[in-house]
Ligand binder design. Sequence first.
Ligand code: SF4
Ligand code: SF4
Ligand code: SF4
Ligand code: FES
Length: 937
Amino acid sequence: MPLLREPDRGTPARPDGAPVDVVVDGLSVTVPEGTSVLRAAAEAGVEVPKLCATESLEPFGSCRMCLVEIDGRRGTPASCTTPVTDGMVVHTQTPTVERLRQGVMELYLSDHPLDCLTCSDNGDCELQDVAGAVGVRDVRYGYAGENHTAEEKDTSNPYFDYDPSKCIVCSRCVRACEEVQGTFALTITGRGFGSRVAASGGESFMDSECVSCGACVQACPTATLQERTVVELGVPKRTVLTTCAYCGVGCSFKAELRGDQVVRMVPHRDGGANEGHSCVKGRFAWGYAIHPDRVLSPMVRDTTEDDWVETSWDEAIARVVDGFARLQAEHGPGAIGGITSSRCTNEEVYAVQKLVRLGFGNNNVDTCARVCHSPTGYGLKTTFGTSAGTQDFRSVAKADVILVIGANPTAAHPVFASRMKRRLREGAELVVIDPRRIDLVRSPHVEAAHHLQLQPGTNVAVVNALAHVVVTEGLVDQGFVAERCEGFAEWAAAIAAPENSPEATEAMTGVPAAEVRAAARLYAGAANAAIYYGLGVTEHSQGSTMVMGMANLAMATGNIGREGVGVNPLRGQNNVQGSCDMGSFPHELPGYRHVGDPANREAFEALWGRPIQAEPGLRIPNMFDAALDGTFRGLFIQGEDVAQSDPNIQHVHAALAAMDLVVVQDLFLNETAEFAHVFLPGTSFLEKDGTFTNAERRINRVRPVMPPRTGKHEWEVAGEIAAGLGHAFGYPDASAIMDEIAALTPTFAGVSFALLDRLGSVQWPCNDSAPEGTPIMHAAGFVRGLGRFVPTPFVATEERTTRAYPLLLTTGRILSQYNVGAQTRRTENVRWHPEDVLDIHRADAELRGIADGDWVHLASRVGQTAMRARLSDRVPPGVVYTTFHHPESGANVVTTEHSDWATNCPEYKVTAVQVTVAEHARPEGVERSPSPPAVPV
Ligand code: SF4
Ligand code: SF4
Ligand code: SF4
Ligand code: FES
């Protein structure tokens, strides 16, 4: 499509106001009360010049371009800050206001570089447009007076420049940083002529608190704040609407191109998940898609000792087909399997699980969600009846109390965090349950009412203590429980037992009982209370128990089934929800239907023409165990770096090395590819055609900005392997795959590419009963009928601190990097996080003679690695923390084989470790050692 410019009506909509009738320049219009005159004029089709106003920000009234005259009122009020009243008659083009506007514009232009024709923003500049609209052709004051045109640029940020010579001090950037992003990194310093935009205390953008979300750049009406790529490549000319491929927020973007070249990614205002906002990853870190490290041709080799040899698609696929067929002939149909990727589209994931079920004839398919949110699937399905979060993101705007448990939204789900922070600034109360003092505990204009800084591994004890207070202090919503739930009496009796009280659990959890009681009363007493959680809940040996514990708490207090409440997983990867929805688990067909039920298999068998095995297949850890036993010999791995991201890496490496045929499909030669015999190049999100499903069940379109650079879509590759095995798919395009998903999956029955093109996005369930999707689940009743209370006894993890390993390691992410870093490490984002470091409390560091920046050994009973230490009061004594974005540090070398009892989700968040000072940087033999180290006791 040509370049898409969303209309800018100048001020935000006020949808809740009563209708008000206004006349603008003789045109009648009805708008909600509270609407600005500027916006009412736009609704009537009258464009009033404006500079400091924009639809995404509250009106400010500083530029004086939008002056109007109103019958019965004196003067010329600014239309952006003047709300309409019933019967108001407005004139926007009188000689008086036109003269005033011209005068103001002349003042702006007299202090502006006169280089419009060579300016990088030429044709995309609001100042230029408004100067034309108000009819300024010359400046009476001349250009010789004092001005700012020689001011120096700030080019410190890798993605955008700040050129103060072009600034009109409209404050849109400052307000965007406050209102949209919630970082408060910018201010206007000085007065009058000396006014200028300053980052933090006058630092460069790079050194300031700026998190590079791009909101200020987007808000700037001139070329003052501008993407470097626009300066280098020119103003874009066309738009493709698509979806970010990083995190589970699923932001919609306008990919803006000039010719075939992507110039920039601009967040789409109509995007349901992000409503025009973005973070540094989606906005700027897309260059990996065209990085020279991309592998674009298939490659093969006989053994992993050999060098890779480029080959044709036909030869590579023939080798995969022959190899898998031989392994099945020699070792049985169950000797091979596949792993799907949460980075890929629903259509690509569906194709791979179909390759396994139809082409391989078994259920040996699993997904990387196994290692992150599988407990969410189990826990929410058991209690509520479906494996998904209950709300849409918008819902947080109606929450009065927000519980954030084991999640760090400002780093891992930044655009949702901005929504949440806005609600917190409006007055909602916050409870953070996390071993670390995450940013949300205290950040500009946000402060948690309670931070329950628990010991890693004690989540369930804390949620039980919260529930104990609710039950024993009479805070249960009896009406909700009686009408909508079952199993309450048994659960309540168990939870009321004295061993679950905050006082009884305090010594174990480390959380003062009074804090737990206060947090429980706050949550239970709110009109609307919502829970948001992340991998700090799921990646535990009791991950599924904890998910059910939170569901119990929400049901007991009636916080399910309307806006502002709910239990909401913040999903890590862009399509974790979708990969689970698409039947990637070995026991479930698409739509979470158990393979053991003949009724579930019937429709698939009828359409696919081959029986589906009734027995669940192997999970990822079982595949690896079976590989070491010699019974599992071949694996197709779609876009998942198991050799780096799975726990107990030594075990994973040994399992991969034991297989006869490992096929990896990915963008880059990742760590797993070291064990592969066939490498099939994958497509980046800029090439994909399909859909992603985000953490709020929202199905977003991913549209190709360019054809596959590899020559093939990933779903085509899976289809060709299946065809080689005698089971052709026959899809003409990706939309046909979605049509098949819809035909076979009741919750997707109404979904099609045509519907998504019409609505923009849709949240499943989407079918005859909800043709435009379901933003809030369980509204009239739970999906399973009655919500089920499940007792959640606390069983401590077997991972314990000892004299040899006295500290607990927990892991997480930071904003600028993403997972194992394969994408973000190939962008300028490395400037913010060039290496993983170990956060250690001052007291623990002192005890070990560790200074800030020292290299340290990090050792657990399964492995050891080395990294720099950072002294930090974000972790309490006894707890250390690191990220896992860089393969060199290999944090997963030390994580153990413990996993969730229900789903095998690894216990990444609790590892007993010892930390000792290292003499030299990354000492020889310490890095990623597979053998248990000798640890000084
Ligand atoms: S940098 Fe841009 S948005 Fe900010 S005050 Fe200057 S012109 Fe306005
Ligand atoms: S990029 Fe984002 S965080 Fe940085 S100054 Fe602009 S709005 Fe604020
Ligand atoms: S919040 Fe997530 S989906 Fe949105 S731009 Fe950032 S990484 Fe992409
Ligand atoms: S747009 Fe109204 S004062 Fe600037």
